[in-house]
Design a protein around this ligand. Structure first.
Ligand SMILES: NC(=O)c1ccc[n+]([C@@H]2O[C@H](COP(=O)([O-])OP(=O)(O)OC[C@H]3O[C@@H](n4cnc5c(N)ncnc54)[C@H](OP(=O)(O)O)[C@@H]3O)[C@@H](O)[C@H]2O)c1
Length: 383
């Protein structure tokens, strides 16, 4: 395993994300404990020393599983443990302690090495600040119950900038980043801003939740064939991240022992500056070719929002683009049906056209919202 400095610690460049553990009968709450333990055993035996979990993963069972595992193996002190404050469940100040104590109990520990405010966005940041979340976090740091404080992020760059500049003492942050998403959410600008502000950056969703590991369409395959070294698609995506020396830690949500083995092997072969300029251009070409597959040029700038009817326009269009770009209708449909509230879905559009007047790309938003609903509502799943 290789290690890079992260908040002054030697952290393995590959972190174990406990969000996609193997489960029994497709039930996310029923972790296949035997398999998941074998995966963690292999990971720790091969030098991984960072585990990332969170309150909601596996319906609350991920933290419990990790806690039981560390207790049974007696290796809590050997690893850096990260978990997160469920920002969307915090309604009053007393909730901070309530959730934190529950997490310590499930994880069977009296401190968290890396504690994140989970999934910050414009709305949750405003409301948590009002509830004095930073004062609470600083108190926990003083008590030694939180060693390092960070946040994970899902919103636009300008919100990321606001969060970074609102508070001078962030130790680290966690952003979605991969060779496809350099201009999405925090993106490359967020990575640079954090680095300039001495905030260490952890990468999540390095394979876009698995999309970048799948067999790509023929035109993308042709570009991969131009690389001088043949790699598995997952390996290529991970190497692209580690090529960047400013990235100390990449989390992977591995769901089988085989994936753990493959990704450890990738980490062992990683190297800052691995790719030549020509190869980096090939990654850009892959990105452009993927994006060209979408008939919509939406960049998620959200100038079209807010919609007077409450339609989450850019999220809806984003799911539609995902289904077309990666040929992944089932996954996009699952996101559309599970993660969007009924009142924010595309079928709530009344065709008033306010969004189209504001769209800088001139997108026929109404037409594509209709198409989104038609295409992604087909396989509606139970909520
Ligand atoms: N804080 C937040 O808001 C937040 C959000 C998302 C994630 N996270 C954290 O970040 C971690 C990483 O994100 P992620 O799970 O989305 O990572 P990811 O690496 O983008 O996606 C993981 C998926 O990629 C596929 N995969 C992984 N290794 C592979 C390999 N060698 N070959 C083929 N396929 C492979 C698997 O998909 P299949 O199961 O389909 O094979 C796996 O479930 C999570 O586990 C979680 O701990 C945090």
């Amino acid at each position: 395993m290789q290690y890079r400095k992260f908040c002054g610690k030697d952290v393995s460049i590959l972190g174990f994300g406990a969000m996609r553990l193997p489960v029994i009968d497709g039930d996310p709450k029923q972790i296949d404990v035997g398999q998941a333990e074998a995966m963690l055993d292999h990971a720790l035996d091969h030098g991984i020393n960072y585990i990332d979990t969170a309150y909601p993963y596996h319906g609350g069972e991920s933290e419990r599983f990790v806690g039981n595992y560390l207790q049974a193996r007696g290796n809590r002190e050997r690893i850096y443990l990260a978990t997160k404050l469920p920002s969307w469940l915090i309604k009053e100040e007393a909730d901070f302690d309530k959730f934190f104590e529950e997490q310590l109990e499930k994880l069977q520990t009296n401190f968290i090495d890396f504690y994140l405010i989970h999934s910050l966005n414009d709305k949750s940041w405003k409301s948590l600040k009002k509830l004095k979340v930073l004062e609470w976090c600083e108190k926990k740091k003083k008590e030694g119950k939180i060693k390092y404080l960070g946040f994970s992020f899902h919103d636009q760059y300008k919100v990321f900038k606001k969060i970074v500049t609102d508070y001078e003492k962030w130790d680290f942050c966690q952003i979605m980043y991969n060779y496809m998403d350099t201009r999405y959410q925090a993106g490359v600008r967020g990575l640079r801003l954090a680095t300039e502000n001495n905030i260490a950056v952890i990468i999540m969703e390095p394979l876009r939740g698995g999309q970048l590991a799948k067999e790509p369409p023929a035109e993308i395959k042709k570009i991969w064939e131009k690389f001088p070294v043949k790699r598995a698609y997952a390996d290529g995506a991970l190497q692209w991240l580690w090529h960047h020396s400013e990235i100390p830690l990449v989390l992977s949500g591995m769901s089988s022992l085989e994936q753990v083995m493959e990704n450890i092997s990738s980490a062992e072969n990683a190297k800052a500056g691995l790719f030549t300029d020509k190869e980096l251009d090939l990654f850009k070409m892959i990105r452009r070719t993927y994006l060209k597959r979408s008939p919509i040029r939406c960049t998620s700038c959200r100038y079209c929002e807010p919609c007077p009817q409450g339609v989450a326009i850019s999220t809806c269009l984003g799911f539609y683009m995902m289904s077309v770009i990666y040929d992944d209708q089932p996954r996009a449909s699952m996101f559309y049906n599970q993660f969007l509230k009924d009142e924010n879905r595309a079928d709530k559009c009344i065709k008033c056209g306010e969004c189209e007047e504001k769209c800088p790309q001139g997108i026929e938003i109404i037409k594509w919202l209709m198409e989104t609903h038609k295409s992604l509502n087909k396989t509606k799943v139970e909520k």
